[in-house]
Design a protein around this ligand. Structure first.
Ligand code: F6P
Length: 545
């Protein structure tokens, strides 16, 4: 249900106070001066949440900013709205649905729908163990066919938890309707060793259904016989899965949003990779973060604080994007996962009452794992004309030892892990400190042109600095810590969405393109361009020629 007592952020006193604070101090806050003025700044802006330690001190905030932001959270009734979500009110008003991904990771009896959730979870994890007994099952390859929320979560988590994965199972992910996605996967498979998971909340999504048919066609043509054993479905639409000929289905419910669904049966590929106990640990980590979000006081509530800072950057500083830099190769798909989580949730232009918003909402979220990003776009982060807050994710200890590595190779990789951490730290330091023209002039630059005058050269080598970042620190990338990290992001997205007064849980924006595609598909065959705009008609003609 909509909270009628919650004003939209821009209609609060705190919003006006933040505007005044921004004009007077916020815009010109200099991180270097702030650290010089306040010896306690680092400790003052450190937040401990389950499994995640956050250093917020390199953000363009001071205690006054935080004070006004917390006022904003109070006036926008974020805590009552959070409680409404957690107890299962239909806060997704445009679809009249509850939003209860938190119930998927709560212990039995601790959240709504516990009996249903644990019945499916227990059945799924029992099934998982039968497949993971590879000597008996014969399965070596698992292909998850799904897209969006039915793909990105498992596709992100499986490599992240590689150290915990079954060594005899290879996971593949097929999402794109483009046949170039599934072809290289199928080429490596044998029907008797392959399990296909058809993952679709609706079981109607064009791309997934097309790839499911392609998989079935390949399976039969390659001599596969037992379809019932080699195809399973994860869906809320059990009847449609049965009509497709699938006998084993793990269900979930309409109160699980696609981009919040990796904790449900959509997590089947994750569970197959890491096993039942580790999957339960992933859920437990997320639940620990849920409890933190539900109970920690606002001033120490990490998802809440991150959501508030996001609004501060987007609406007062006017920053249009945020870059995420996970310094862990296993998290290589985290930016893509977060893109859907944040941009599909908060990329909205009207409030809950359907009124157009007079302020900006979701930033663009993007990134690559460190250190790769450093050798690609970090140049722009340091010296470009836009200020882009960066989120560094550092993982203190590697999991190489869990993979049974030892001896010289282990020692080498351990040194590389220290190099990785030094790189991450150095980047956040460089963004903040920058380099003055005087410093640049005083330095030797062996590769610099001798023909150019030193001052011009120094201008090219100046870094403005004062560029904000957040550092999130995990002890080790484990199922539990990853679960907590993902839940942290979910609740942060909830917070900024609730402040903006939007519905973070629908996605009408993907509908129009789908409908037009359905119209164009037969036209590409027939060539009928009646009523089409000249550009679409012209391109269609060229594509058919
Ligand atoms: O892209 C739109 C969307 O509805 C996402 O929200 C969802 O995750 C994805 O499509 C896949 O939908 P389904 O799981 O129903 O196939």
């Amino acid at each position: 249900m909509n909270d009628d007592h919650a004003p939209r952020c821009d209609k609060t006193e705190a919003w006006a106070a933040l505007q005044g604070h921004y004009e007077a101090h916020g815009r010109d806050l200099d991180l270097r001066e702030a650290f010089a003025r306040d010896a306690g700044r680092y400790d003052g802006f450190a937040v401990e949440a389950p499994e995640v330690y956050a250093d917020l001190s390199k953000n363009l905030i001071d205690t006054a900013t935080l004070h006004f932001l917390l006022d904003l959270a109070r006036e926008c009734r974020i805590e009552p709205r959070r409680d409404a979500m957690l107890r299962g009110d239909a806060i997704n008003t445009t679809e009249d649905r509850a939003v209860l991904h938190t119930a998927l990771r709560a212990p039995r009896g601790a959240a709504p729908f516990g009996e249903d959730v644990h019945r499916v979870l227990d059945a799924m994890l029992a099934y998982v163990e039968t497949v993971r007994d590879t000597a008996a099952s014969g399965i070596r390859h698992i292909v998850n066919i799904g897209i969006g929320g039915s793909d990105l979560g498992p596709q992100m988590v499986v490599p992240a938890l590689d150290a915990f994965a079954h060594p005899g199972l290879t996971l593949h992910f097929v999402s794109n309707v483009d046949g170039h996605d599934i072809t290289p996967v199928l080429r490596r498979l044998k029907p008797a060793e392959t399990l296909f998971i058809i993952a679709s909340k609706t079981f109607t999504t064009q791309e997934t259904m097309a790839n499911a048919h392609a998989a079935k066609a390949w399976f039969t043509a390659a001599g596969g016989s037992d379809t019932a054993k080699h195809f399973v479905a994860t869906t809320t639409n059990v009847d449609a899965a049965a009509a497709f000929g699938i006998k084993t289905t793990f269900g979930f419910w309409d109160w699980v949003g696609g981009r919040y669904s990796l904790w449900s049966a959509i997590g089947l590929p994750i569970a197959l990779a890491i096993g039942a106990d580790n999957f339960r640990a992933l859920l437990a980590g997320a639940h620990a973060m849920d409890l933190h979000f539900a109970r920690a006081p606002a001033a120490k509530n990490l998802p809440l604080l991150l959501g508030l800072i996001d609004v501060w950057y987007r609406n007062f500083h006017g920053f249009t994007s945020r870059s995420v830099a996970p310094y862990h190769q296993g998290l290589k798909r985290l930016p893509a996962y977060l893109q859907q989580l944040e941009m599909e949730s908060n990329g909205k232009r009207v409030d809950l009452a359907g009124e157009p918003l007079p302020f900006a909402t979701s930033p663009v979220v993007w990134g690559e794992p460190g250190t790769n990003g450093q050798h690609a776009y970090f140049q722009m982060l340091h010296q470009g004309t836009d200020v882009i807050p960066v989120e560094f994710i550092l993982v203190k200890r590697s999991t190489h030892a869990l993979n049974g590595l030892n001896g010289p190779l282990f020692e080498q990789l351990d040194r590389q892990h220290t190099m990785l951490l030094a790189n991450g730290l150095a980047q956040s330091q460089a963004l903040m400190l920058g380099k003055t023209t005087a410093q640049a002039q005083a330095e030797k630059a062996p590769t610099a042109s001798k023909a150019l005058d030193p001052l011009t050269l120094a201008h090219h080598r100046t870094f403005p600095g004062n560029r904000p970042s957040t550092t999130l620190l995990l002890e080790q990338l484990t199922p539990r810590s990853l679960g907590a990290l993902i839940a942290l992001y979910e609740h942060r997205v909830f917070t900024s969405g609730a402040l903006w007064g939007i519905n973070s849980f629908d996605q009408w924006g993907v509908e129009l393109g789908k409908a037009l595609c359905n119209d164009l598909l037969p036209r590409l065959g027939s060539g009928d361009a009646t009523g089409l705009d000249a550009s679409t008609a012209g391109l269609m003609k060229r594509l058919r020629g």
